[in-house]
Design a protein around this ligand. Sequence first.
Ligand SMILES: *[C@@H]1O[C@H](CO)[C@@H](O)[C@H](O)[C@H]1NC(C)=O
Ligand SMILES: *[C@@H]1O[C@H](CO)[C@@H](O)[C@H](O)[C@H]1NC(C)=O
Length: 293
Amino acid sequence: MKASGSLLLALLSVSASAHYVFNHLVVDGVETGPWQYVRDVAAEANTGYNDNEMIGKVRPQEDINSEAMACGRQAFRTTQSTQTVDLQPGTALGFNIQHDFDSQGNGFDNIFHNGPAQIYLARAPNDDLSTFNGTEGKWFKIASITAAHDTRPNADYWITYGKNRVNFTLPEATPPGKYLLRIEHFMAPQFYVNCAHVNVLGNGAGVITDSDYATFPGSYKLEDPGSYPYLSIIWSHRCFPVSSGFFFLTETIAITLDYKIWNKPGALLNYVGPGPKVWDGSGSSKREVEFIA
Ligand SMILES: *[C@@H]1O[C@H](CO)[C@@H](O)[C@H](O)[C@H]1NC(C)=O
Ligand SMILES: *[C@@H]1O[C@H](CO)[C@@H](O)[C@H](O)[C@H]1NC(C)=O
């Protein structure tokens, strides 16, 4: 199959270092320091990397039910050392990936994987971020950055593909308070998740209702009836886009199935990310899609 051939070639070029963390918050176009406002995370266990080595930290979460789905691996360890940034509603924001992660100087300096990014907020109970893990949080979605166009076989139909920064805006209606600001970028089964500490100022009065909320972990489910999780994800109506850097047989099958769903002209323009609809505080939810000319 022609498509599979080129896909396999693309996969062959994926190395173990094709990972990233979003450790810089960007405020009004200005990049802040690494792990300054973003909770630092731990290296993946049992990979042989020192806990503080970037090459270990950049590894994704692959267990959708893990606590790390909230803010990254063991991010609760840095609840007290992470700074909190004051933000006016309506501020242009972004998350930038790390600039350094491989002591050998190898690696990717861009969002290498083809998939969407979504942004969530969860207000800290009592506005105290220092005791808030995020796992017990109620998260509402403020942006979903999906497909821009459809030019397969290139992966750049995802807006974030090949970029180093994910852009979005803090909704004008966000009520004041202290929040975790969470980014996820994923190419199932790999989830790249990080959280920043933000203090929303102003007097936004948007109403967030129960149906706006997600929990992490919790809201993203491996749908029954699949016996194999990755396959279930693909078959679910949540329609995670899937490809993979690992050559497990099951994933190869998954990729093939995924192709059946998505490898049609224009199909990805109908892609809707998992979780609740995008909240904009206006009382109606919308899907936020940027189209690039
Ligand atoms: C946060 O998570 C850590 C590790 O699981 C746990 O020890 C701590 O009790 C949690 N804190 C809260 C407020 O749930
Ligand atoms: C985010 O904004 C920057 C600065 O305008 C731009 O260079 C970059 O391409 C944008 N990223 C995405 C994913 O659109």
